[in-house]
Design a binder for this molecule. Structure first.
Ligand code: ATP
Ligand code: MG
Length: 394
C-alpha cells in the first residue's frame, strides 16, 4: 500500500490539494498572454501549481514550456536550459526536436534521446566558449517564432527565476526584459523561491523587470481545504481521523503544504486500519519526524550565535501570533538584553533564510525546526510540548 501523502517533489493531480483560485488566476493570465511573477517561501507548492496549470491547458491552443533555472549560474547555462525547455515543448519526437534545434539554435550542439520513461529529451552544449549577445537574443526570441509558426500561444515558465541574480552581470535580466515586451503570443510565468530577491526584482525601480507584470505571493493552503483532502486519504485505507485531529495537524504545519504532507505521511504510516487515531499516535508521529531531522537541526543550531538562538527561541515559543520582538517583554524574557541585539539577530537570520518577515511579523521558516526548538526549550521554560495538551478544537 502506497502512502497517499507525498512530499519532496512536484506533486501531480492525485496528490494535489485545492489551489482553485490560483489555478484560475494563472490560467486567465495565460489566456490573456500576460507576464506573471509568483513567489513564495520554499516548498509552498509553486512548481506543483504551475505544472498543474500547464497540464490543464488545451494543447490545440497552447504550447507549454517549462524551464528550471535552479542549476544555472551564467548567461551560458541560462541559454542552454531555455533552449532545452522550449525544444522539448515544441514537438514529441527525437527527430523533430533535432530539426527544431538545428533551425532555431544553430550555434548550440544538441544531444537527444529517450528518458527512463521513454519520453524524448534533449540537452545542449555550446559550440563556442561564451554565448554572444546576438545568440542570447536569438534564444530569447525563439518562443515568439514558435508561436507564429504553430499559431498557438506559447507559455514559458521560468522556475527558480531568482537564480538569475546570481549571474555575473545583469545581461540576461536586461535582454529577457527587452525581448519579451515585443512578444505578442508568449505568456511568461516567473516563479521564485526567495521572496525578498524576487520582490526586489519587480519592485526595485532600477531593475529591468520593475512593474512589468502582476506579481503575487503564494501562501499556505487553508484548513477547510486540507480537511476533506486529509480525511479522504486516511479513510480510503480504513484509517480513521477526526476533524479536531486534522485541525491540529494544520495548526502545527500552519497549512504549509510540504509540512502538512510530511506530517500526514508520518501519521499515516503509524495509523492502523479500523482503529480511531489516538492523541499518542499524533505525538509519536511528530516525535518521529523531529527525530529524523534532529541531526540537521542540531548542526544548524550549533552554527548560530547566542543572540540568534535566543531570538529563535522567542519566535518559536511565542508562536505565530502577535510576536513583538522589539518589545521590552520579549527582549527581557528571552535574554536579548537590548532591542539592537534583536535587530542584529534579525538582520543575520533573514539572509540565511532561517526566518522571514511578513506584514511586520517575524517567523521561523522551517515549521519543524520551530517545533524542534520548542521541544528543546520545554525542559527549561516549563511544560510545553509542540502538541497542545488537549485535542479539543479551539
Ligand atoms: N497543492 C498541493 N497539494 C498538496 N500538497 C502540495 C501542494 N503543493 C505542494 N504540496 C506539497 O509541497 C511539496 C513542495 O511542492 P513544490 O515542489 O511544488 O513547491 P515549490 O514551491 O516549487 O518548492 P521549491 O521552493 O523547493 O521549488 C510537495 O512535495 C508536496 O508535498
Ligand atoms: Mg519548485
Amino acid at each position: 500500500m502506497r502512502n497517499p501523502f507525498e512530499y519532496g517533489g512536484v506533486v501531480g493531480a492525485d496528490a494535489f490539494c485545492n489551489r482553485s483560485d490560483e489555478l484560475k488566476f494563472l490560467t486567465r493570465a495565460i489566456e490573456n498572454v500576460q507576464t506573471v511573477f509568483m513567489y513564495s517561501e520554499r516548498r509552498m507548492g509553486k512548481s506543483s501549481l504551475v505544472k498543474q496549470v500547464l497540464s490543464n491547458l488545451d494543447k490545440h491552443l497552447f504550447v507549454p514550456a517549462y524551464v528550471d533555472l535552479w542549476s544555472t549560474d551564467s548567461a551560458e547555462s541560462f541559454a542552454l536550459s531555455f533552449a532545452r525547455g522550449l525544444t522539448e515543448a515544441s514537438t514529441h519526437t527525437v527527430e523533430k526536436m533535432l530539426l527544431f534545434a538545428k533551425e532555431r539554435f544553430p550555434y548550440l550542439v544538441p544531444t537527444a534521446g529517450l528518458d527512463d520513461s521513454g519520453r524524448p529529451k534533449i540537452s545542449f552544449t555550446l559550440s563556442a566558449r561564451d554565448v554572444s549577445k546576438p545568440n542570447l537574443a536569438q534564444v530569447l526570441e525563439a518562443p515568439q517564432r514558435l508561436a507564429e509558426r504553430t499559431q498557438k500561444t506559447v507559455v514559458m515558465v521560468l522556475d527558480e527565476f531568482q537564480q538569475i541574480l546570481e549571474y555575473e552581470n545583469d545581461l540576461v535580466e536586461r535582454q529577457l526584459r527587452s525581448s519579451i515586451q515585443h512578444q505578442r503570443n508568449v505568456a511568461y510565468i516567473f516563479l521564485g523561491s526567495r521572496k525578498h530577491l524576487i520582490q526586489k526584482m519587480v519592485i526595485d525601480k532600477t531593475r529591468p523587470f520593475y512593474r512589468s507584470g502582476p506579481h503575487f505571493p503564494l501562501g499556505p493552503i487553508g484548513t477547510e481545504h486540507w480537511e476533506p483532502f486529509i480525511k479522504a486519504r486516511f479513510e480510503r485505507f480504513g484509517k480513521l481521523i477526526s476533524q479536531p485531529q486534522i485541525n491540529w495537524i494544520c495548526q502545527l504545519s500552519e497549512g504549509h503544504p510540504f509540512y502538512t504532507q510530511h506530517l500526514c505521511h508520518a501519521l499515516w504510516e503509524l495509523a492502523e486500519p479500523g482503529h480511531p487515531m489516538s492523541e499518542d499516535l499524533l505525538r509519536a508521529a511528530l516525535e518521529l519526524l523531529l527525530k529524523q531531522e534532529d541531526y540537521a537541526y542540531s548542526v544548524l543550531w550549533q552554527s548560530l550565535g547566542l543572540n540568534q538562538r535566543r531570538m529563535l527561541q522567542g519566535l518559536a515559543w511565542e508562536g505565530s501570533g502577535a510576536t513583538e520582538p522589539f518589545s521590552s517583554a520579549f527582549v527581557h524574557t528571552y535574554g536579548l538584553r537590548t532591542a539592537s541585539n534583536v535587530q542584529r539577530a534579525i538582520e543575520s537570520l533573514l539572509p540565511k533564510d532561517v526566518i522571514d518577515q511578513e506584514g511586520g511579523r517575524y517567523f521561523i521558516l522551517d515549521r519543524f525546526f520551530k517545533l524542534w526548538i520548542v521541544n528543546l526549550m520545554s525542559g527549561t521554560m516549563g511544560h510545553r510540548t509542540p502538541l497542545p495538551d488537549t485535542l479539543e478544537p479551539q
